[in-house]
Design a protein around this ligand. Structure first.
Ligand SMILES: C[S@@+](CC[C@H](N)C(=O)[O-])C[C@H]1O[C@@H](n2cnc3c(N)ncnc32)[C@H](O)[C@@H]1O
Length: 199
């Protein structure tokens, strides 16, 4: 099964319709999400320039809405079946990560799902390796000390009474360069976590 098929099947199985994409940037991941049938997507970013580029690029996609807003300022009256954070979790600090989970709980539907996609702490070595192949690529900073490996997720979400499923790969990597994908196979550091609140 391809990465996108895993997502499509999950959304279908859970009857997920309303998707929130947080930190959509210029819409690279949004473009992939637009290929998933029968869903509506709200893609947000607090950077207006990013959102304008994404909007232009995806102006023909009827199932996507864009909004310039800080995630933490989203109204809690609007609920979502799935919230996707790709390369968002790591840019914030540990305290903020907890706030992301808290805020998500408030805007998720009952059987809602959070999808976290990011790098484990070991990203620095991979980033240095990548620079050998793509000289212009800036090294990825190890900003977040939140998760080193699967155990950190297990510990954290157990305490929070969430059920989780971990994939040691990026399920939304369709726009990623071939060189990065090859490197990811040799030196894998990405994760996708599906987290469901236990009822
Ligand atoms: C590293 S980029 C990730 C882009 C995209 N998700 C991807 O995977 O390619 C993080 C994005 O989050 C946005 N961002 C940072 N803090 C935010 C916040 N509090 N609310 C909404 N967007 C935010 C930034 O402007 C940036 O576009």
């Amino acid at each position: 099964m391809t990465n996108l098929e895993i997502l499509k099947n999950t959304f279908k199985k859970k009857k997920s319709k309303n998707i929130l994409e947080v930190g959509c940037n210029v819409g690279l991941v949004t473009k992939t999400l637009s290929k998933i049938p029968n869903i509506g997507i709200l893609s947000i970013d607090n950077n207006k320039q990013h959102v304008n580029i994404a909007k232009k690029k995806l102006k023909f996609e009827k199932n996507i809405k864009f909004k310039v807003i800080n995630f933490f300022d989203l109204k809690e009256s609007q609920k979502f079946d799935v919230i996707i954070f790709r390369e968002f979790f790591n840019i914030l600090n540990y305290k903020k990560n907890k706030q992301i989970i808290r805020k998500s709980e408030k805007i998720l539907n009952d059987k809602g799902l959070i999808i976290l996609i990011d790098f484990y702490k070991s990203v620095t070595t991979r980033s240095n390796l990548l620079q050998i192949f793509i000289k212009s690529k800036k090294p990825t900073k190890n900003l977040n000390k939140f998760v080193e490996n699967q155990n950190d997720f297990n510990k954290y979400f157990k305490k929070e009474k969430w059920k989780i499923k971990i994939f040691n790969k990026d399920l939304l990597d369709q726009h990623v360069s071939t060189v990065s994908k090859i490197l990811e196979m040799i030196y894998p550091v990405k994760y996708t976590v599906f987290a469901y609140k236990k009822k």
